[in-house]
Write a protein of this length. Sequence first.
Length: 263
Amino acid sequence: MTADTGIGTIPVDLGAGVRAFFTTASGGVSPEPWARPGGSGLNLGLNVSDDAGRVRRNRALVGALLGGLPLAFATQVHSARAIPLGPEEHARWRTDTAPDTAGEGDALVTAERGLGLGVLVADCVPVLLADPGAGVVGVAHAGRKGTAAGVVLRALGSMAERGARPDRTRAVVGPAVCGRCYEVPEELRDEVAAVVPGAFAETAWGTPSLDLPAAVGAQLSGAGVDVTRVERCTLEDEEFFSHRRATARGTTTGRQAGIVALV
């Protein structure tokens, strides 16, 4: 928990000159259902019916944790598209009319120092990437479709185009719904596992499931990347927003984020 703002964060180490962390549901200015019961919420998603002004305020609070750096997000569509952000985009985000989105895609990559990248999730897998030596960072949103399509590998490819090397790249796989909880039909599990074998799993009660954090970690390790995993399940842990938990309760929820920047 960040004491001066009330914002919940999980700092992670991606090397010298890189600031990286995951947010939780705590802090911010959003009310329920985009908050934990009885508190305010740090909802960072613009597509979950929360007031856009509140979401922008929450994003500004997160940017303040980066020393006031501009913070870019994509409109995530469960694709494998990686969006590179260069000097022109950096200049746009430094204005008072910074855009809400970098466009449709599920990974962002930049070699621009002083531009934060964010990835939004509420059960899907947030991935933070950095090659500190090359000065390149990236984020990826790996849901079921994106994991099968190789979105994290596409992000690595975009980073390589900017000088990064997989053997120097560090990755953190963030909080997401775990394989013990992510129940799916057997046919769907088999379909995904045929492409990404590491996704094959069973729930704690013995039914078919997908372990997307494990699958993403295996993809990254297979590419030569040094991988760390935050072992927290968003469905089980009410410190986090969870789409599955909210749906079961007949309501909506917010979006937390993974954040990375060259500082």
